[in-house]
Ligand binder design. Structure first.
Ligand code: SD4
Length: 293
């Protein structure tokens, strides 16, 4: 049975090409999870994106470590954290989901699984991210900065022609993070959550704050209670704001999609946008921000 509103793809930030790739894949009949992985791969391979995949900013010791997760419409999920030398970590998260009895693999274990499954080792630190890192080393000032400078994680939700929803989320995390630091993006329920009977949500921004409120799971549960994707995203952001006097010092942004194909997004600071592919049209939607009002 074909869903009337499908296919739909949404993703964090203004990743036009990534969302278009997912939308077109869905139009051609690809399943939601594969389309989401294909879409986010565009940014994983984009060396100009310094917070995802190849070209991602390193940790404070100069190593690029990537985090990703995927969640399928049947509730299965997979995740990898702190992975070096592999670009397409969302695809690797799917391998964890399908080929292992586990949900999450870290570091070397995840990397070895990648090689066993045909992934190639790649140098993730590009000349320009190394140059930026060397510049950063001069002050070594660690200050997670709002919006533009170091947030560009891609979280994507897709609804395929059958109305099934799945998602992927992939990142290099915060620039110049502590060695071993893992944020929300690969944590099921925080950076991404999907319930095929309700919808899905994905997050970007300050992972520590998203994790404390299990943001994406919260949004799906709020939709279960009858909230629209927009209302659910707003309530999840307000939850963080109401618990954190410091909220003006960081960005958190959410996107959500429900089974009707309705979408929503909301953030703390202005400057966040969601891409939406719907009815064959890929649109950039500037998100309303809590600090707009
Ligand atoms: C993290 N949420 O690791 C990620 C960072 C992010 O765009 O969204 N960057 O905390």
């Amino acid at each position: 049975m074909t869903n009337k509103t499908a296919p739909v793809a949404i993703c964090t930030w203004g990743f036009t090409k990534a969302n278009q790739a997912a939308g077109e894949a869905l139009e051609s009949g690809m399943a939601a999870l594969d389309a989401a992985i294909k879409g986010v791969a565009v940014e994983e391979e984009n060396i100009k994106n310094t917070t995802v995949g190849k070209g991602g900013a390193p940790d404070r010791e100069g190593n690029v470590t990537l985090d990703a997760c995927v969640m399928d419409s049947n509730g299965d999920c997979g995740a990898v954290v702190c992975v070096e030398n592999i670009t397409n970590v969302a695809a690797l998260a799917k391998v964890v989901m399908e080929e292992t009895p586990h949900v999450m693999l870290a570091g070397k274990g995840a990397e070895e699984l990648a090689y066993k499954n045909g992934f190639q080792a790649e140098q993730l630190l590009t000349d320009s991210s190394e140059a930026a890192y060397r510049e950063w080393l001069k002050t070594s000032e660690y200050k997670p900065i709002i919006n533009i400078e170091n947030h560009d994680t891609i979280g994507m939700l897709c609804m395929d022609q059958y109305g099934d929803i799945a998602g992927a989320c992939t990142t290099s995390g915060l620039s110049y993070k502590m060695k071993g630091r893992v944020g929300d993006s690969p944590i099921i329920g925080s950076g991404l959550f999907v319930d095929n009977e309700i919808g899905g949500a994905a997050a970007t921004g300050m992972g520590e704050e998203i994790m404390k409120t299990v943001g994406s799971f919260l949004i799906v549960e709020l939709m279960r209670q009858g909230k629209t994707p927009q209302e659910a995203c707003e309530e999840a952001v307000q939850r963080i704001i109401s618990r954190n006097k410091n909220f003006k010092n960081f960005q958190v942004a959410y996107i959500a999609l429900n089974i009707k194909g309705e979408t929503g997004s909301y953030c703390i600071h202005p400057g966040f946008a969601m891409m939406q592919y719907k009815d064959g049209v890929n649109t950039r939607i500037t998100s309303v921000a809590a600090l707009d009002s």
